[in-house]
Design a protein around this ligand. Structure first.
Ligand code: ARJ
Length: 421
C-alpha cells in the first residue's frame, strides 16, 4: 500500500459511494478517461497535487491514474477535506495526506510528504505547493517539467512571482480557461456558497440584506443566486467597472462601512485581506452572519474580532457565535475559511467536470511538450481557445444539446471586412 495519512480508513466505503455519485455527473472527465486509458500518456510521470480533497477531486485523481500517472496528493485547505473520500482514495492505493481540521503545521507537513517522491509535475489550487517547492525544495526544480493552477488567487500569486523573476518553471493558469472561470467561479461558487451558508445556519434568505464583498466572477455568482432566493443584495467594491455592473444588474452598491450597519448576511469574495475588520463588526446588527468564499481566510479579520469579543462558543457545526464587548452577538461561519468547501461539499460535480478537464489537459500539454523535446517558457500560460470549445462541446453533447453550424456563406461573410450597410 502507498504511504498515506487520513482520518479514518473505516470511512472508505462511504467515500467510495460519494465518488461514484460524482463520477456519474462528470462526463467530460469520463470521456478523457476513455480516450487515454489505453495509451497512458502519463506513464512514467509523477504528479504532486495540492487541491481540496473532495469527491470531484477523487474523480480527477482516478482519471490521472487511468492515464498512467503516479500521484501524491494533499488538500489545499485545512477544512475542506472530505474524510470519507480521502479514506477511499487511500484504500485504493493513492498516496494521500489529508484530513479535515488539520492545523497549519500539519498542512505544510502534508505538502512536504507529497514532495517525497520527487514529482515531475505540480498541480495547485492556491499555489501553496508550488510556493513550497520554490521556497524549500529548490533541489526538486530541475526535475520538474511544469505546473498547473486552479484558482484566481493562485494565478494572481504566480503572475506576481513571474513578474519578479521568482518563478522557476512554466505553469498553466487553468483558471483562465472560459470553461473554468465562466462556469466554476460563477455558477459553482454561487450555488455552493449558498449551500454552505444554509448548512451552517439554515436561515431564510428571502428578505435578508445580503452583502457581497467583491463583484468579480465569484461574487456575482453568489449575489445573483441570493437575489434569486429573494434577498436584497448589497455589493461592496473597489473597482468602478465591477461596481457599475453590480448596480446595473439590480443590486445596491455601497461602502462596507455603510453595508456593515444594515447587512444580515455577509460574504467576502475579493481575494484580498481585511475586507471586514474590527470597526465593521462593532457596527453590525445583532445576529449578523459573516462568511468568506475567497481562497484564503484573510478576508475577514478574525484577529481584530478576537480583541473585541466578550466570549465565543460553537453554536452549530461551522457556526461560531461571538458575543462582542458591545453586547451584540454575531456569527462567523467555517472560521472564515471558504464556506462552500468547509461547510458544504464545494461546487457541484457538473461544473468541476469542466474545471478538471482543463486541469487534465494542461498537465497533458506539459507532458506532451516534454516528450517532444521542447519546453514551455518559464511563465504563466493558457491553453489554446480551441480546447475550451472542445470541452464545452463535449459537455453540451453529454447534455443532449445540439448546436447550429455556420454555413459556407456565413463563414465567408464573417471573413469579409467589406460587407457593411
Ligand atoms: C474540488 C473545488 C470544488 C470541489 O475550482 C474551485 C476553485 O477555484 C477553488 C478555490 O480554492 C475551489 C475549487 N473547488 C470548488 N469546489 N475543488 N472539489 N467540489
Amino acid at each position: 500500500m502507498a504511504k498515506f495519512k487520513v482520518k479514518d480508513l473505516k470511512l472508505a466505503e462511504q467515500g467510495k459511494m460519494k465518488i461514484e455519485w460524482a463520477e456519474s455527473r462528470m462526463p467530460v472527465l469520463a470521456a478523457l478517461r476513455a480516450k487515454y486509458k489505453k495509451t497512458k500518456p502519463f506513464k512514467g510521470f509523477k504528479i504532486a497535487g495540492c487541491l481540496h480533497v473532495t469527491k470531484e477531486t477523487a474523480v480527477l485523481i482516478k482519471t490521472f491514474i487511468d492515464a498512467g500517472a503516479e500521484l501524491s496528493w494533499s488538500g489545499c485547505n485545512p477544512l475542506s477535506t472530505q474524510d470519507d473520500v480521502a479514506a477511499s482514495l487511500a484504500k485504493d492505493g493513492v498516496s494521500i495526506f489529508a484530513w479535515h481540521g488539520m492545523n497549519t503545521k500539519e498542512f505544510y507537513w502534508c505538502i512536504d510528504r507529497t514532495l517525497d517522491f520527487k514529482p515531475h509535475l505540480t498541480l495547485d489550487d492556491g499555489a501553496d505547493l508550488i510556493f513550497t517547492v520554490h521556497k524549500k525544495y529548490t533541489n526538486l526544480i530541475p526535475n520538474i517539467i511544469g505546473g498547473t493552477e486552479e484558482t484566481t488567487t493562485g494565478v494572481h500569486r504566480l503572475r506576481k512571482m513571474a513578474e519578479k523573476g521568482a518563478l522557476k518553471y512554466p505553469v498553466f493558469a487553468v483558471n483562465d480557461m472560459i470553461t473554468k472561470w465562466d462556469f466554476d467561479n460563477v455558477y459553482g461558487t454561487g450555488q455552493s456558497s449558498i449551500d454552505g451558508i444554509l448548512r451552517a445556519t439554515s436561515v431564510l434568505i428571502a428578505g435578508k440584506n445580503f452583502v457581497v464583498a467583491g463583484y468579480g466572477h465569484c461574487g456575482s455568482g453568489v449575489a445573483n443566486r441570493a437575489k434569486g432566493l429573494g434577498a436584497n443584495v448589497i455589493i461592496t467594491e473597489v473597482k468602478p467597472t465591477s461596481a457599475l455592473k453590480g448596480t446595473l444588474e439590480g443590486h445596491e452598491v455601497m461602502k462596507m462601512d455603510e453595508a456593515a450597519k444594515v447587512g444580515d448576511i455577509f460574504i467576502t469574495a475579493t481575494g484580498v485581506k481585511d475586507v471586514i475588520v474590527g470597526r465593521h463588526f462593532l457596527s453590525m446588527k445583532d445576529g449578523a452572519i459573516i462568511c468568506n468564499t475567497g481562497h484564503y481566510d484573510c478576508e475577514i479579520n478574525l484577529v481584530e474580532l478576537e480583541k473585541i469579543k466578550k466570549s465565543k462558543r460553537t453554536i452549530r457545526p461551522n457556526c461560531e457565535e461571538y458575543t462582542l464587548n458591545n453586547g451584540k452577538k454575531i456569527y462567523i461561519l467555517a472560521q472564515g475559511r471558504l464556506v462552500n468547501l468547509s461547510a458544504a461539499e464545494g461546487h457541484p460535480s457538473e461544473v468541476m467536470d469542466m474545471s478538471f478537464a482543463n486541469q487534465f489537459n494542461a498537465q497533458l500539454a506539459l507532458v506532451n511538450m516534454y516528450k517532444s523535446g521542447k519546453k514551455y517558457s518559464v511563465d504563466v500560460h493558457k491553453l489554446p481557445d480551441e480546447m475550451d470549445q472542445e470541452i464545452a462541446g463535449v459537455k453540451l453533447a453529454t447534455m443532449g444539446l445540439k448546436l447550429d453550424k455556420l454555413t459556407k456563406e456565413q463563414i465567408m461573410y464573417n471573413d469579409d471586412f467589406s460587407a457593411g450597410t
